[in-house]
Design a protein. Structure first.
Length: 369
């Protein structure tokens, strides 16, 4: 037992639904495993905008930096589509990432054995698949200045963004990639477009040099992003760790999601640098999927991405690998029993609701301890 501070930010759309179900797992952990948290809830995204006129208040921002970990749902929705750029729900999430300096976003894509038939690819291509997409999360075109929409003399407009990476930004994400690969199968694929982008040229130079100086014993390759997208659906098992920039990482991780049977299965961990004296680091755990407005409020969302994000929270923020393993095992067993939410590409299986999926996972947890 302890008092670990957890800030929960459910957000919008299916965010509150999948976070609500995950909190039932957190309760179970508190009762049966003496894993106790001081839980605070806050508003983010459209929910925060509705209450306070901003997608993230300074107070919630401060709470997030003081928490031991943040569990995040999803933000956004059609209701907010016409808001000015700075007020959009997504700005809340981007501010959290930037101000907590969560530069390393770990997006694992794993295929549960019983889900092999649910992938959009042939079973033999995905059976046993276990890849890690490491996405740089605080730089690149998501944050660089200048950006804007300007008026041109001819009366038309010009929208522009800036893509840039510095040597230290590339090196710190590169080091995380090499560390991850050492604990996995020892292979790193660095992805950019050095054939057309100057930021890609530097990315490739810095990563290649870093591999030479710090990547001893690791297999390393450079790959263009368009080819990587193709290779991911051709032979995904060739990859171990893919390290890439903010935008390519966003796109490639959605692509990898479908290899596993549904976007609703993919968790992620957004991590900051470790403080050398305390060993602590900022961390936010967020599913890869969004607020799914098309199914929000219908009780049919898949809660597994959020639950697996909580498992990553246990593992990466609190060193509770055993509890994380237990939760993953329970999910694995329930899927093996044939239970599927509607998003999972499945044939001839009964579709269950969000709550029924959680009920079964809780029952399975009870059986496992
Ligand atoms: P989305 O991920 O919300 O949905 C894409 C498709 O996948 C939809 O058909 C949806 O129903 C389905 N889906 C996603 N998660 C699911 C789950 N857990 N269970 C069942 N089905 C699921 O992406 P979108 O539709 O492009 O974006 C909707 C909104 O979400 C936008 O405002 C976008 O900016 C936002 N968004 C937020 C995050 C985030 O908060 N981290 C991530 C992506 C998108
Ligand atoms: C994601 C989302 C976010 C991103 C949006 C909602 C800001 O798509 O986490 O993958 O583009 O990073
Ligand atoms: Mn995305």
């Amino acid at each position: 037992a302890s008092n670990k501070k957890l800030l929960v930010l459910p957000g919008d759309g299916i965010g509150p639904e999948v976070v609500g179900e995950t909190l039932r797992i957190v309760d179970w952990m508190a009762k049966k495993r003496s894993v106790s948290f001081d839980i605070e809830e806050g508003l983010v995204g459209g929910a925060a905008y509705d209450a306070h006129g901003t997608a993230l208040t300074d107070e919630t921002m401060t709470d997030a930096t003081h928490a031991d970990a943040v569990l995040f749902g999803a933000v956004g929705g059609p209701k907010y589509d016409d808001l000015p750029f700075e007020l959009k729900p997504e700005r809340g999430l981007l501010r959290l990432r930037k101000e907590m300096d969560l530069f390393a976003n770990l997006r694992p894509a794993m295929v549960f054995p019983s889900m092999v038939e649910n992938s959009s690819l042939k079973p033999e291509l995905v059976s046993g698949l276990d890849i890690m997409i490491l996405r740089e999360l605080t730089g690149g075109v998501y944050f660089c200045e200048p950006r804007g929409i300007e008026d041109l003399p001819d009366g038309s407009k010009r929208g522009f963004d800036t893509q840039a990476y510095t040597t230290p930004e590339i090196e710190r994400i590169g080091r995380v990639a090499f560390d991850l690969a050492r604990k996995r199968r020892g292979k790193v694929t660095s992805v950019e477009k050095a054939n057309v982008m100057m930021s890609g040229v530097l990315w490739r130079q810095v990563m290649t040099a870093l591999h030479a100086s710090e990547g001893e014993g690791l297999e390393y390759e450079n790959m263009f992003a368009d080819n990587c997208a193709m290779q991911l659906v051709r032979t995904p098992k060739q990859f171990d760790v893919i390290v890439t920039d903010n935008l390519f990482g966003d796109i490639l991780s959605d692509c990898a999601a479908m290899l596993t049977g549904s976007l609703g299965m993919l968790p992620s961990a957004s991590l900051g640098a470790e403080d050398p004296t305390t060993g602590k680091r900022h961390a936010l755990y967020e599913p890869v999927h969004g607020s799914a407005p098309d199914i929000a409020g219908k009780g049919m969302a898949n809660p597994i991405a959020e639950m697996l994000s909580f498992a990553m929270l246990l593992r990466y923020s609190f060193d509770m690998g055993e509890d994380a393993d237990l939760l993953e095992k329970a999910i694995d067993n329930v899927l093996a029993g044939g239970m599927r939410t509607a998003d999972i590409m499945a044939t001839g299986k009964a579709k269950v609701s969000t709550a029924t999926m959680t009920d079964s996972i809780l029952k399975e947890l009870d059986k496992l301890v």
